[in-house]
Design a protein around this ligand. Structure first.
Ligand code: CA
Length: 363
């Protein structure tokens, strides 16, 4: 290969000089092409606020903390055209990662619902405690192992509003025949009470409500509802019962994750955790700011809470459905029991801490 020993020595000398330059900081690994280039598919469109911000924050943290060794490209729904196909794409390895909501897979596996939020379930601090210290992560792993992915909390919206209604709901009769967009387990609860439940893509929600295709809808809360404009066409804004702590999700293909070096696994899980918790703070902030502007600019908007009779009927329907599903599937029953028992303990603490404080300090 080398014509002479001399030219070989010259080459060795050259390598040594380059190595010296590298060692003296003329070159840092950040300038190198990343060793790991991953792709993430998200349910949200490009530029989608708050949810999309959490994903960008996670990817930026991974790049910086790994000193450029790992980069994650984000593909939005406009690109991959499969907003509700994230789990399948990550499972197939077409994408190493995804960002979505676990209850979107309820048709494929009803046990995935528990990891988003449940009607009359835990509030965000209780649910985070359950995830990280109360056995939630282990149960989520058990469910997602079947789908070849690891799942991680991906950001919380905090308590969601019960939705925008064009007419006031005063009795259970007012719910009968009401056409409403509401996804997840709550949709099944309401359909048991006679509501005609539909799911409509976010981009078509305003028009559907404006034209009367639907009479009511729920989306998130002031954080994301304000820009949708619902306050202009539906004056009754109901408080929530159905999504007390909606947690989004990062999904990671198991084989790809297992093949990462240990330090990058730690960087990735840390970045996901930070981005998730930051989304919770960001959501709370955006809701506070946006609610203040709805109150000021749309004085006709009225906050309403469902009557105790309606809430009791919703709870009864919810319990009946949960009992039916538990009887069919031991894993469903196991997760439900874990959440219920944990909530019982955590709620006692919530009652004498945050609740006790808030009920006397609402100004
Ligand atoms: Ca919602």
């Amino acid at each position: 290969m080398f014509k002479s020993v001399k030219s070989f020595k010259l080459l060795v000398g050259l390598f040594a000089a380059v190595a010296l330059l590298l060692g003296n900081g003329f070159y840092t690994p950040a300038d190198a092409a990343p060793k790991y280039r991953w792709k993430l598919a998200q349910t949200w469109g490009s530029g989608f606020p708050i949810f999309g911000d959490a994903v960008i924050e996670m990817a930026d943290l991974v790049k910086e903390m790994s000193n450029g060794e790992m980069e994650i490209r984000i593909d939005s729904a406009n690109k991959h055209k499969a907003a509700f196909g994230i789990l399948d794409m990550v499972n197939a390895g077409q994408y190493e990662m995804g960002h979505s909501a676990s209850y979107y897979w309820k048709g494929k596996d009803a046990n995935t619902m528990f990891f988003t939020t449940m009607p009359f379930g835990m509030i965000a601090p209780e649910q985070y405690a359950w995830f990280y210290y109360g056995g939630g992560m282990e149960l989520m792993k058990k469910v997602y192992d079947k789908h070849g992915v690891y799942a991680f909390p991906g950001g919380n919206t905090s308590n969601q509003m019960g939705g925008w209604f064009r007419k006031e709901i005063n009795s259970l009769d007012d719910l009968k025949g009401l056409k409403m967009r509401i996804p997840g387990f709550a949709g099944e609860v309401l359909s048991k009470l006679g509501v005609v439940v539909t799911n409509i893509a976010p981009g078509e929600l305003y028009t559907a409500l404006d034209r009367g295709t639907i009479d009511a809808l729920e989306w998130v809360g002031p954080s994301l509802d304000l820009n949708m404009g619902f306050q202009k066409i539906a004056p009754y804004y109901y408080t929530g019962w159905h999504e007390p702590a909606t947690e989004l999700q990062f999904l990671v293909n198991q084989k790809k994750f297992d093949a990462l070096p240990k330090h990058l696994q730690t960087i990735l899980t840390t970045a996901m955790k930070v981005a998730a918790y930051d989304m919770y703070a960001n959501s709370y902030h955006a809701s506070a700011i946006n609610w203040a502007s709805i109150e000021k600019e749309y004085p006709d908007v009225k906050i309403r809470t469902f009557s105790p009779k309606i809430i009791a009927a919703m709870k009864k329907a919810n319990e009946e459905l949960l009992t039916e599903m538990s009887a069919k599937d031991p894993t469903f029953k196991e997760i439900l029991t874990s959440q219920k028992e944990y909530m019982k303990k955590a709620r006692k603490w919530t009652a004498i801490s945050d609740y006790a404080y808030l009920k006397d300090n609402l100004e």
